[in-house]
Design a protein. Structure first.
Length: 317
């Protein structure tokens, strides 16, 4: 178990991503994945109110609804639920009134009394940050939210949020959720990790497996020619430099009899301030690799090997 920042939340060191629920995993498949994750020792589920509004016929909130139905059906003893606000089509932005209404809607879909970890999903610079911070603080005071967090915020805006929270006497964020993995490192390591260390924030990275690239499934530079959204997401990493990362992951994983995906997650867990990477599964067959990634401990030499081979960013290649 690992503690999220300065909160009282102790969680399994991997969060199950709910972005696929209601998208590439229907209700039954989502239930099966959740069941397998919990049976394997997991207890931390991450979603957002906007998941999966991008799917034709969906309105947003489908993932929360599925998770809520699963919670009601299974009644697990202890599951930490994280969700987010700002991107739902009906609750766009971070005005004070919107944050409140969105949180109430999420609670209704999830069927819970309080959200364990509530993220501002994307910064909204059209709203004074003081208003957003106050709204999140009031949710904590009123018992609708237990802990505040931010996602996709710059280091400067995180620092500003903390300053406002301290000055006004409301709850500080306890976590930050950035895009971070072995082939997307630079910005997080140069700016976000230092501010997380400064304020005791836990990192809960998303795209931990680089849209599936770090599973090793896409071992060819012709991934761009594949038609699935997952393959297209992985395509930008399928360069010679990216494939060297895959080769190194395979080498390190082989020494532990673990998969490329599990090894990539283990590397992420070894980084400063990282609490629990987020990774999703559309089928039960994908869950064991995620659970293994939460338990695999790499040596310092293995971490350094992966650090060296991944000192590269697609944006700079």
């Amino acid at each position: 178990m690992t503690r999220i920042g300065n909160s009282d939340l102790d969680v399994f060191p991997l969060a199950l991503g709910g972005n696929v629920f209601g998208w590439t995993a229907d209700r039954d498949a989502s239930f099966a994945v959740l069941d397998a994750f919990i049976a394997g020792g997991g207890d931390f589920v991450d979603t957002a109110d906007s998941y999966s509004s991008w799917v034709p016929g969906n309105a947003g909130g489908e993932s929360e609804t599925i998770i809520g139905e699963w919670l009601a059906s299974r009644k697990p003893s202890e599951v930490v639920v994280a969700t987010k606000v700002s991107q739902h089509p009906d609750f766009s932005g971070l005005s004070g009134s919107n944050v409140r209404r969105a949180a109430e809607a999420s609670l209704a879909r999830l069927g819970i009394d309080a959200i364990d970890l509530y993220y501002a999903h994307f910064d909204d610079e059209t709203v004074p940050l003081e208003e957003t911070v106050a709204a999140f603080g009031k949710l904590v005071t009123d018992g609708l939210v237990r802990n505040v967090a931010v996602s996709n915020y710059t280091a400067d805006r995180i620092r500003e949020w903390v300053e406002i929270a301290d000055r006004t006497g409301v709850a500080r964020p306890v976590a930050v959720q950035p895009h971070y993995n072995l082939v997307h490192r630079n910005v997080v390591e140069e700016t976000i990790i230092p501010v997380a260390q400064e304020f005791g924030l836990g990192l809960v990275p998303y795209y931990s497996l680089a849209s599936g690239f770090l599973t090793g499934k896409y071992r060819s530079t012709d991934a761009a020619g594949q038609s699935s959204p997952r393959a297209q997401g992985a395509a930008k990493y399928a360069t010679e430099a990216g494939l060297r990362v895959i080769d190194a992951l395979e080498e390190v994983g082989r020494a532990h009899d673990e998969s490329i995906a599990a090894t990539a997650l283990a590397w992420l867990r070894a980084q400063p301030t990282v609490v629990a990477p987020i990774a999703s599964a559309s089928s039960v067959e994908q869950v064991p690799d995620l659970l293994a990634g939460a338990r695999l401990a790499l040596s310092a030499d293995e971490v350094q090997l992966l650090n060296r081979v991944s000192e590269w960013s697609p944006a700079q290649a």
